[in-house]
Design a protein around this ligand. Structure first.
Ligand code: NAD
Length: 559
């Protein structure tokens, strides 16, 4: 894509721009629209919105939810919301559709998911614009979502058969029993998703549930309904039968709750506070749930690293999607021997990041999602400064770029009294700490209620893995921030401690949507050769025979 937009460097806003904010936004938008690729006009067209809105489950005269662009503040669409009654109807339709779907072969389901893979890649220009405009992120980070959809679709389409196939187990006595473990789909899966990775967290958890033979009802976050609807259209375009993936828009407390009260399993991604509430609700219905929650992720940079490599990786690890990423790094723990040099190199790289709202690849940091996010981030930084922390880079909102822009920020001197010491900031704010040993680094990284992701940088991979095994986090990346573990989609992804329950990706990520069922057949029962023969003996005899048999089975090495 050609980029005729002048990138915004991380410099002070000028006074005139500070005053004339609406004009500035208009200029940014005009500049974005100028960055054409061929005859494509970047942005969200009326035709696209008209195509997407009917995919939201709703009734005539429904109340609407306004979707605004965080980049510019402009209204993108009025999206019809669902009522509790609509959720009820959606559930009934999903149950009907699932009865046929569960009987389809895995190979049949995989064909649809592979078509979805191709469509996501071939239609990426449209969705990258949409993710940028409605989600606020830089285009490179938006592309990570498209790539993640493709990677996960390919994985489950190709591996579901292995993950879901019938397993045979030893019965009580060899030859006398045939014991099979089947994985039955749970039925209708409710997915409740956040705004920060609004395409991938809508599509990828759903496609695992669908591959396992379930139907899905999704409630997306109210900040990003259009992107979720684009995901719904992707399933439809790929050929998924009607009713199997439905989308209900509305507030978490009403529409989310209506879904939790009716679905057979809940896959939730969001904050730890909401996750706890949802776990209680699911517990009272005795349905399962997976909870993908927050983090306060730490990165350790050991004394043997190539510092430039670590500094470059740390920028990606800390500021992807302006830090609004569950697995992004908010604490950098530096070995004292390399701390000063690392801070210098890292700070220079951060100062050179280009922020802005251009709908193209010319920027590397976009906008925060909304005013709440801006308020939290401002509060965390101001509070740290009030407690004596030093701002090494950034530390300011950038209203000259858009309503919710905040500079990528680096702090030193954050103490346990500061809000951002233990709380998740979920923004472009990172603090550095110094340690004198691996031991001290592990202790500091583990000193949090969270346990989602961590990162270790060392030129000795074995040392990295030794350290990693002692870190209490669901994923640890060595010489990478988060991509290595996240994109290894055959391996489980999720959090320990307050960061969640259960996992997405791989075997765990698809089997959670299934009920394991044991089917054990007593062979030869009708030819009187089975257990009946044994039980016909007097108790003193059959228990004696059984004891001898159990000893023999141990000697024979049976498991
Ligand atoms: P949130 O918990 O406020 O909202 C997430 C979703 O839950 C939204 O769809 C919302 O409408 C819904 N919701 C809110 N209250 C509800 C209720 N009472 N009942 C049912 N549904 C309800 O989360 P957020 O603050 O918007 O998202 C950011 C958080 O998500 C961060 O903490 C981040 O770390 C976390 N996150 C985690 C992962 C992961 O994979 N672990 C991924 C992305 C985001």
């Amino acid at each position: 894509m050609s980029t005729d937009v002048v990138p915004e460097p991380l410099t002070e806003p000028d006074a005139a721009e500070d005053i004339a904010l609406p004009l500035v936004y208009a200029r940014k938008l005009a500049s974005a629209v100028r960055s054409r690729s061929g005859d494509r006009t970047p942005g969200v067209s009326k035709a696209l919105v008209a195509d997407l809105l009917p995919l939201a489950v709703s009734s005539p005269g429904a109340e609407t939810l306004a979707s605004h662009s965080p980049m510019t503040g402009e209204l993108l669409a009025e999206v019809p919301m669902a009522t509790v009654n609509d959720v009820e109807h959606a559930l009934a339709a999903a149950r009907r559709a699932q009865l046929e779907w569960r009987e389809r072969s895995i190979a049949d389901r995989a064909k649809i998911i592979m078509r979805l893979h191709d469509l996501a890649l071939s239609q990426q220009e449209e969705v990258l614009d949409l993710i940028q405009m409605e989600g606020g992120k830089a285009r490179g980070h938006a592309f990570e979502e498209v790539a993640d959809v493709a990677i996960t679709a390919r994985h489950f389409a190709r591996r579901a058969n292995d993950y879901l196939s019938v397993t045979h187990h030893n019965g009580l006595l060899p030859m006398l029993f045939r014991t099979e473990e089947h994985l039955q789909p749970k039925g209708v899966i409710g997915i409740i998703s956040p705004w920060n990775y609004p395409l991938t967290l809508v599509v990828t958890d759903a496609l695992a549930a669908l591959m396992a033979g379930n139907a899905v009802i999704l409630k997306p976050d109210s900040e990003t309904p259009l992107i979720a609807l684009w995901g719904a259209r992707l399933f439809k375009q790929a050929g998924l039968p009607d009713g199997l993936f439905q989308l209900v828009v509305g507030p978490g407390r009403t529409i989310g709750t209506a879904l939790i009260e009716r679905a057979d399993y809940i896959c939730f991604t969001g904050s730890t506070a909401t996750g706890r509430r949802i776990a209680e609700q699911c517990g009272s219905r005795l349905i399962g749930c997976s909870l993908e929650l927050g983090g306060k992720n730490g990165m350790y940079v050991a004394d043997d690293v190539h510092i430039d490599v670590a500094a470059e990786g740390a920028v990606r690890a800390c500021y992807a999607n302006a830090g609004q990423l569950c697995v992004s790094i908010e604490r950098i723990v530096l070995h004292e021997k390399i701390a000063d040099e690392f801070i210098d190199l890292f700070s220079n790289r951060v100062r050179n990041l280009i922020m802005g709202s251009a709908v193209d690849f010319s920027t590397s940091i976009g906008s925060l999602i909304n005013q709440d996010q801006l308020d939290t981030i401002t509060k965390h930084v101001d509070d740290a400064v009030a407690h004596g922390a030093k701002v090494l880079v950034g530390g300011k909102a950038r209203p000259d770029l858009g309503p919710y822009f905040y500079e990528p920020t680096l702090l030193e001197g954050v103490t346990p009294e500061c809000l951002c010491y233990a709380q998740e900031t979920f923004g472009p704010v990172v603090a550095v700490y110094r340690v004198s040993s691996d031991e001290e680094a592990i202790e500091l990284i583990n000193n949090t209620d969270y346990g989602l992701n961590a990162s270790v940088w060392t030129s000795d991979d074995d040392r990295g893995r030794r350290i990693a095994r002692r870190i209490q986090a669901g994923t640890v990346n060595i010489n990478e921030g988060y991509v290595a573990a996240w994109a290894s989609v055959g391996s489980p992804m999720g959090g320990m401690k307050d960061s969640g329950l259960a996992r997405r990706h791989g075997k765990d990520g698809i089997r959670k949507y299934c009920e394991p069922q044991t089917i054990a057949t007593h062979l030869f029962a009708h030819s009187k050769m089975g257990l009946g023969l044994l039980y016909e003996l007097p108790d003193s005899v059959w228990t004696n025979v059984m004891s001898k048999t159990l000893r023999a089975l141990k000697v024979a090495g049976l498991k």
